[in-house]
Design a protein around this ligand. Sequence first.
Ligand code: COA
Length: 259
Amino acid sequence: MAEETTYILVERADAVATVTINRPDKLNALNWALINELAGKLEALDRDDAIHCIVLTGAGDRAFAAGADIAEMSGASAAQMALGPFEGWDHIRRVRKPIIAAVEGYALGGGNELAMHADIIIASEKARFGQPEILLGIMAGAGGTQRLSRTLGKFRAMEILLTGDQFTAQQMEDWGVVNHVVPAGQALAEAQKLAAKIATRAPIAALLTKEAVLAAFETPLEAGLLHEKRLFAMLFSTDDQKEGMAAFIEKRQAHFTGK
Ligand code: COA
């Protein structure tokens, strides 16, 4: 039996899992098998109670991911593109645990869109972001038009998507896509440090916080506020709420169990 290619590496350190796209010779270009494997591994980590926060990065210092695999896509039919790659992306966007993207090098096309599937983005000063699909005669297809316009507004999104240009990490930080720009070579370490901090926080509260923030993009304010209120009340049924408040009153560190 042929051995299955592994594109995705998973390392664990306490409650943080680091997921690495490992195809550096192709600048971590995202072929369909890779996206499906990534989706499967993220889903498994999402189900794993021992993991509280996930860091997503690309192998090597040249790319987070340089986009969908152009060689694979070049001969595809419309029907193949409609059915083939998107199921995996849908699974990735449904991951409930916090995901931090550590971007070193290129995050282009699907690479930028994948970074935007994360909840926080840490980028090296040498990182470059963009949606170059228009240079290939196509357009963004894994959420780029929607997430860029929701995050940056119409005019900046249009410039990125219509020019296909590359933008610096600093530019993306100024525009509100990147959380922090760090020195070259430090994106992964900084993302892991932040993930380790988030992993000490109450895990159910973190999941529900992510759910509520993402719901803000889907719902009118009134419905979003009601959703938040219900999630908030639900947390009063958890051990973590009792522990967190008791620890405050007793002036000690809280130890959350995710129960
Ligand atoms: N799909 C498939 N292969 C890709 C790729 C992609 N999106 N991006 C890079 N690669 C491959 C290259 O074909 C090359 O493979 P080879 O060594 O077998 O020839 C390898 O990765 C290295 O890339 P290369 O282009 O030689 O590096 P570079 O430093 O000259 O340029 C980029 C870097 C990122 C500017 C350039 O690779 C690029 O423009 N990539 C495509 C970006 C894109 O359009 N993404 C959106 C796709 S929808």
